[in-house]
Write a new protein. Structure first.
Length: 321
C-alpha cells in the first residue's frame, strides 16, 4: 500500500446548519441545513468511502479492520479519530461530552475530546466555553434553576484561532463560525441548553440530557493551557497546535505551504490531512496527486515521507495511542 487514501465526505443535516459547505468548499451537499461534513470518519454514523487505489469503493473502517498494516498495526479496535468541518449558521446547543470511562459504560463507544481550528469567524463571534460553577452542587442548582446567563462563560474567537475542548468541557459553537474539528471517534453529545427552539421536522424541542451533563461536566472549569509552537521551513511554516502531553488522544498541526514542503509521520503511525485553503500537488512514492481546498486524505503508515508543493493551508492530525 503505497498510495494515500482519498476520502469521500459524508454530510449531515443539522438544525443549526447552513449552506456554506457548498459555497466555501464547492461540495455537492444535499438540500437543507447542512451543518457537518464528516471528512475522515470510521464511525458507523458516517463512514467514508475510499475514492482511489486498490481499496476504491470500500469503507475506511473496513480497511482499518482488515488491513492493520496500513495503519501501523494499531492497538485501537476502532478507527480512533474523526475529522469534521462544521458550519454554524445558527448556534449549536450548549453541550458536554463524556470521557472514555463514562462513554464506554453508558454509550458503548469512545469518549469525546475534541479541538477546533477556526476556518472562519464573523466579526464579534464567540464560543460558549466553560462555566462559573465552583462545585457540582452549584452546577446542578444553576442548571435546575435555568440560570443560563449566570452559568455560561463566553470566549471571543477569530479566524485562525485554535481551541482545545477536553471531555467534560461545557461548550457550544455559536452563530457565524466555521471550524475544522479533530476529535475522538464518538457521536455522544449531552445537551444542557438548546434555546427552547423547535425542530421544524418534528415540531418538538430536542431532547436535553441534564443528568448526564451534570455527571460528566468537569467542575470547576479550568481553561487548558496550550503550548503552540511554529517553525519556518523554507518559505513554509509548520505549527504544532497540540500534542502530548497536552492532548492524550491526538496531535494536530497546521501546515502553511508556500512552495515545497517535505513531511513525515511525527507522533503517530499514519497522518490525516485536510486542505482548507489553496491548491497544490502531493508527491508520494514517486506518484503525484492534485490537492485543492476541501480534499481530505489519509497518509498510511506504509509511506514514510511525502512532498507538498503549491500554496495551501492544511490541517493534519495523528492518533496518539
Amino acid at each position: 500500500m503505497t498510495e494515500p487514501l482519498f476520502l469521500k465526505p459524508v454530510f449531515h443535516e443539522k438544525i443549526w446548519g447552513g449552506r456554506r459547505l457548498a459555497e466555501d468548499f464547492n461540495y455537492d451537499i444535499p438540500d437543507g441545513t447542512i451543518g457537518e461534513c464528516w471528512a475522515i470518519s470510521g464511525h458507523p454514523h458516517g463512514p467514508n468511502v475510499i475514492e482511489n487505489g486498490e481499496f476504491k469503493g470500500q469503507l475506511l473502517p473496513d480497511i482499518y479492520a482488515n488491513h492493520p498494516e496500513v495503519f501501523g498495526n494499531p492497538k485501537s479496535k476502532v478507527f480512533p479519530l474523526l475529522t469534521k468541518i462544521l458550519d454554524a449558521e445558527a448556534s449549536l446547543s450548549v453541550q458536554v461530552h463524556p470521557d472514555n470511562a463514562y462513554a464506554e459504560e453508558h454509550e458503548h463507544e469512545l469518549g469525546k475530546t475534541e479541538c477546533w481550528y477556526v476556518i472562519h469567524a464573523d466579526e464579534g463571534a464567540y464560543l460558549t466555553y466553560g462555566h462559573t460553577a465552583k462545585t457540582r452542587e452549584e452546577l446542578k442548582e444553576m442548571i435546575n434553576n435555568h440560570e443560563w446567563q449566570k452559568l455560561f462563560d463566553k470566549k471571543p474567537v477569530k479566524t485562525g484561532d485554535f481551541v482545545y475542548v477536553p471531555s467534560g468541557t461545557l461548550h457550544a459553537l455559536n452563530k457565524g463560525i466555521v471550524v475544522l474539528e479533530t476529535q475522538q471517534s464518538s457521536d455522544t453529545t449531552y445537551r444542557i441548553y438548546d434555546y427552547d427552539r423547535v425542530d421544524k421536522k418534528t415540531g418538538k424541542k430536542r431532547d436535553l440530557h441534564l443528568k448526564q451533563s451534570i455527571d460528566v461536566t468537569t467542575v470547576p472549569f479550568k481553561e487548558p493551557e496550550l503550548h503552540i509552537t511554529s517553525e519556518k521551513i523554507g518559505d513554509s511554516e509548520v505549527t504544532t497546535l497540540i500534542t502530548q502531553p497536552d492532548s492524550p488522544f491526538f496531535s494536530v498541526y497546521k501546515w502553511d505551504v508556500k512552495s515545497k514542503l517535505t513531511r513525515k509521520h511525527e507522533h503517530g503511525p499514519y497522518t490525516l490531512m485536510s486542505v482548507i485553503d489553496g491548491e497544490g500537488i502531493l508527491t508520494a512514492d514517486g506518484k503525484t496527486y492534485p490537492l485543492k481546498k476541501g480534499v481530505h486524505l489519509l497518509m498510511p503508515a506504509t509511506i514514510d515521507e511525502w512532498q507538498l508543493d503549491g500554496k495551501m493551508l492544511i490541517i493534519a492530525s495523528e492518533s496518539v495511542e
